[in-house]
Design a protein around this ligand. Sequence first.
Ligand code: URQ
Ligand code: ZN
Ligand code: ZN
Length: 477
Amino acid sequence: MHDCHIPTLKNQRQIPPPHCFPLPNPCPIAVSKNDLMAQALHIVNGIVVNDDRQWRADVLVVDGKVHSVGLDLVVPAGVRVIDAAGKYVIPGGIDPHTHLQLPFMGTVSRDDFDHGTRAAVAGGTTCVIDFVIPSSRSESLVDAYDRWRSWADPKVNCDYALHVAVTSWSERISSEMGILCGERGVSSFKMFMAYKDSMMVTDAELYRCFARCRELGAIGMVHAENGDLVAAGQEHVLRCGVHGPEGHELSRPEEIEAEATERAITIAHQVRAPAYIVHVMSKGAADALVRARRAGRQCFGEALAAGLAVDGSHACNADWRAAAAYVMSPPLRSDPTTKEHLMRLLAVGDLATVATDNCTFNADQKALGKDDFTKIPNGVNGIEDRMAIVWTKGVETGMLAPTDFVRVTSTAAAKIFGLYPRKGRIEQGSDADIVVWDPAAKRTISAKTHHHNIDYNICAWPNEYLTFKLLMCGGRS
Ligand code: URQ
Ligand code: ZN
Ligand code: ZN
């Protein structure tokens, strides 16, 4: 059975300045134990697109790996042929931020590792990086990691890797971070500056975590919102009598995302560690990140598919369910120009990746907050529609070239999290995670047809069409 868990790059030392990604070191490749993927495939007549070039080439896949790329390939008789005429042949998407079957805010996110990865593959994503989050400050990080593996390994439908959240600081935590890097193939840790009284760390703890990441050659990732001001804002908005979903963004305006973004990067810089800011959801936070990059700080920013597709206007929907569906943190912003602003920063590389933060809840779960917006489980979908959203909102509008599309949906995440060039590229020896992308085909996003395990899709457009695709994952189609 193919081992779907992929260890990410260990001992990532100094990461070069933001504009260049770490040089790829060969990370240990789990060798398939049997020939489940011994299927050979020959993809012909397509345009191959990597992050640095696109060109007319055929691709020969053998045993789940790219065997050769070019024209007039030597192909054994009887190999299955896929005609990609008029289509792009691209590296499978990598979603570096998901929360599948996450226990959170008194419930568990509905997309588990089966539904979530089924939806991912259906949308052209062939690898996801999920987050291990310890159940309490006292739970061992290694135990939490092993628990996540026991959940994911039996269920996943594509390759996956794991980040680990650090929600407190102690010598034990420091030691366990070392074990996770040295023995479990973890190379990225996430700290929350929000979620006071549950996952939030102090500035001093954040400093320690970044220092430890630097020692280990790991990357520190941050949910950047000022958690103390969020708590104060929530109390104030409730006291003013606003209890509905419209209170969510009111209680956490974009300046407290921007302030925390700048603070996180400043703290990381004190120990010369790179900082990866997850879900940059506002112009203020994005511009704080850009200022830091211009000042030479090592920082990467992540956009979300939801933040590129929709805005915060839905929070005032008279239908409570519809409004609550869009509740996530940091909030989708009411400023309608945010979507394009974020896309333009992806185009120039100031934002590096597009993820989804897929953390889905059904109507009955969202209703846990029907009388108090602070109790609405935070999270939205995106894992299935991410690639189509970036193509439609980025490439079809002319802001992204196909090479940029590959960069932000696959290659950048592979390079930052140590999966490159095994993943994120179509070249000899890479995994055959290949998407045959047909820009002429169209489909409508709808909760009636999606593969998520939820009754709502925040990206659904009744009249707008997005791009469809055919897919092979690890050479399996
Ligand atoms: O904050 C996160 O990243 C997790 C808990 C998902 N929820 C969310 O609203 N982003
Ligand atoms: Zn977050
Ligand atoms: Zn998240």
